[in-house]
Design a protein around this ligand. Sequence first.
Ligand SMILES: Nc1ncnc2c1ncn2[C@@H]1O[C@H](COP(=O)(O)OP(=O)(O)O)[C@@H](O)[C@H]1O
Ligand SMILES: [Mg+2]
Length: 251
Amino acid sequence: MLKEVIATRFITPLREGGSLPGLVEADDFGTYVLKFRGAGQGRKTLVAEVVCGELARRLGFRMPRLVTVEVDPVLGLGEPEQQVQELLRASGGTNLGMDFLSGALGFDPLAFTVSPEEAGRILWFDALVNNVDRSWRNPNLLMWQGQLWLIDHGATMIWHHNWPGAEASSARPYDASDHALTPFGPDVAAAAAELAPLVTEDLLTEVTAEIPDAWLTDEPGFDTPDDLRRAYARPLLARAAVIHERIEGTK
Ligand SMILES: Nc1ncnc2c1ncn2[C@@H]1O[C@H](COP(=O)(O)OP(=O)(O)O)[C@@H](O)[C@H]1O
Ligand SMILES: [Mg+2]
C-alpha cells in the first residue's frame, strides 16, 4: 500500500504542465507534488499515475515515490487564487502525492544526451502503457542529481476511458514519432528482451493492488475494485509480449 499522509499546508501551484498540480507540505514534514482528484480528468488520471509509476519503479526506472495525500477542503479557504481554491474544494479525500525532487531540471533533448540503451528502455515502457505525453515539446522527464527521472503518467492507457473497447484499443500500435527520446537511437529490441519477461501477472497484481479502492468504486460494468484492477492488468500483460514490434515512427 502507498504511504498515506495528510496535507497540512498548500505551498504553491506548479504551472508548467496542463493539470495544475500543487506543492504541499504534509504531516510527515515531507514536501509533495499533489495531483488533485478534482482536476480535469479526475481520478482516472490518478489511477494511471499509480499503475504506470509503480510498474516503472518495479522495472528499475527512477521514479519519485508515490503517496496518497488526504486533503481537507478547508485548506483552500486561505488561497488567493480562485482556481486553486476550487481545486482544493473539489478534491476533499484521497489525492495523489509524489516526492518533490527539489532542484530538478526539466529534460531538454537539445541540452542533454541519453544512451541508446536508456532511451530504448523508456521508449519501450511508454509504448507498453501507451504514454502520449513524453513528446519533445513536453518530455515529462526530469534531470535530478545527474540522472533521468520519469514523471507524469496521467495520459496513458487510453483504453481505460472506454472499457468495452479496451481490448481493441490496447491492441493498437504505438506512435513514437513525437517521442522525446526517438532522436537518441533507442535500442528497443534490447529493452524488450530485458523488460518484457518481467511484466508478469504476479507483478501486475502487485502493481494494481497499490491503487486506492476509493478511485475504483462505481465504475460501470465492474462489481468490485478488484475486478477493475484485473481489467488494468490484462491489456498490459498482453501488450508486453508484442509491443516492441508495433512501435511506429522511430525510423
Ligand atoms: N516530483 C517532482 N519533483 C519536482 N518537480 C516536479 C515533480 N513532478 C512534477 N514536477 C514539475 O511540475 C510540472 C508539472 O507536473 P506534471 O506531473 O508534469 O503535471 P501536468 O499534468 O500538469 O503536466 C512538471 O513539468 C515539473 O516541472
Ligand atoms: Mg506534465
